[in-house]
Write a protein that binds this ligand. Sequence first.
Ligand SMILES: Cc1cc2nc3c(=O)[nH]c(=O)nc-3n(C[C@H](O)[C@H](O)[C@H](O)COP(=O)(O)OP(=O)(O)OC[C@H]3O[C@@H](n4cnc5c(N)ncnc54)[C@H](O)[C@@H]3O)c2cc1C
Ligand code: SF4
Length: 585
Amino acid sequence: MAESEIDLKKTYDAVVVGSGAAGGMAAHVLTSRGLQVLMLEAGKKLPIEKELRSMEWPYNNEHRGELPPDRHSLTFNEYTIRNPPYGPGFEKSKHLHSYIGSSDYVKNIVVDERENPLTGTNYAWVRARCLGGKTNIWGRLALRLSDYDFKAKSRDGFGEDWPISYSDLAPYYDKVDLYLGITGVKENLPHLPDSIFQRPTKLNCAEVTLQQSLRKMGRVLTQYRAGVTTDGLKHNKYRSRCWGRGACERKGGCDIHAAFDSPTGLIYPAADTGKLTLRTNAVVREVTVDPQTGKASGVHFIDSETMKDYNVRAKVVVVAASTLESARLLLLSKSQLYPNGLANSSGHVGHNFCEHIMGPGVTGQAKNLVGKPPTLDDGRPGGFYLTRFRNLTEKHPKFIRGYGFEGGSGARMFPQGTDAHGFGSSFKEEIRQNQGSYIGMGAFGEVLARYENFVDLDPVVKDKWGVPALRFHYKFGDNEHRMAEDMKETAQEMFEAAGFKIMHVSDRVLTEGWSIHEMGTARMGNDPKTSVLNQFEQSHDVKNLFVVDGSAFVNASCQNPTWTIMALCWRSCDYLADELGKGNL
Ligand SMILES: Cc1cc2nc3c(=O)[nH]c(=O)nc-3n(C[C@H](O)[C@H](O)[C@H](O)COP(=O)(O)OP(=O)(O)OC[C@H]3O[C@@H](n4cnc5c(N)ncnc54)[C@H](O)[C@@H]3O)c2cc1C
Ligand code: SF4
């Protein structure tokens, strides 16, 4: 895709900040509605196929796929004992990455932590500053939310209900399914609505054993609902159907773009309309405001390479920089009219920050599979999803809300989960005997959206571009810890019921942020005193300002957020285009 020159004299219909799932969707919907859109992305446009190299063998890689020696990716312990921005102890590493940046294939996709510091409480903040953002390497699990989430307060009294119901969003989930492609199996569950699925992947032997055993307990295990096109998409020339190589699972990312990513799924098709101008290396520093009208007038950005400043004008500003970066941008956009930051008359920007708690899980072995001939099990974009079962029909005595498990089993190209000891031929024999018999799963649980969990701007620390860093005030609470206890117990109980030999049970809660599912920093609601956005992700305070990423979520649910981010964004941008057309913005 050729980047057209930005026109600094022009007033664009809309400027979109960020090019991930949210920014890409905004560009797609707004250009298809005929608007002239400028997209500003802080990172580079990477030659992504050369980065991901899905089919490269380890022996063809200088470091067997690991990071080069001058780079380091943070471990669990380092997040726990070291203070960001990670000074002493890391002198030998020229570049520091989050825990997800541990391979040669993602090293240029995730940010350098030193260039992008954070302060405050420990937080494993994974950021991808490049065209497409985190969608280049996301885990593809594409789930819908339901009224168990949208109306959670009405069920258990905690927090707030969303200003929308499932029926408001269902038509937009359908649009996302059809435009981007999703694989899965219908289950007719009220708490995990079905999508319009393409051809499903297959469960393997141990997974079917677990599924059947769970049925007796009234619990549902289903095929991984992956945001991957298995049948192909006739309307998109940039994406291929899934070849079942499993590379996305092994390395992260899919270089033939069967897995959804924002550039090939949304941005390139938007550019083909002739209505999109893309400017990469554009770090947006502030949303500017017209002091006469109080409306957003455009944005101020810094070229990340030359450090030159630019101002651009637009009729509407669409912030889609990801949940935490969007909150940062609103807080940075202080003016005489808005001294607490933009869209922040409620004081809720940065607050109610929530995500998913991770860590507890189990590894087991299906003994009947030991010594069986190898099978091809990892040629698929995901394993299984065990859906939420807590606090649906019964009330758990120790915690509210719920959790689900992601997991998988089967023979892999590089056997994992083994417990083999020794060396030489007996070691190899043991690996051969056991490979394919292991099964594991880990939980993702809802972290309650609480006002006390928030981010603000650090008064001292700045990033490489001189922009104040985010400061975290965020900790898991009692509800999360009690839920984590239950995750561990049920994981073990379910594997035992399925007849698996238990290899390892983990009760270790991972550092805050590990889930990479940030939400809630500019929540939507009907009351401008307690929410930042209305149901169309439009600022209550500034009517030509929209924030269309996970910031708008009212609670985290336990289902992964990306499909919902895009469905909400599509709905909001349809409304935006209507309102702009009517002269209401
Ligand atoms: C390894 C991994 C696995 C994941 N697995 C799943 C999963 O299975 N299911 C799921 O639902 N989600 C998953 N996620 C999360 C998913 O990737 C995010 O929910 C999704 O990408 C959010 O989209 P976004 O547009 O809000 O943010 P991003 O994709 O992060 O995009 C934001 C973009 O904005 C840009 N930006 C930031 N600040 C500025 C600024 N000031 N100026 C200009 N541009 C800016 C960034 O550079 C970035 O490109 C995973 C993420 C990772 C990394
Ligand atoms: S399994 Fe499918 S989605 Fe995953 S890397 Fe291979 S082709 Fe891409």
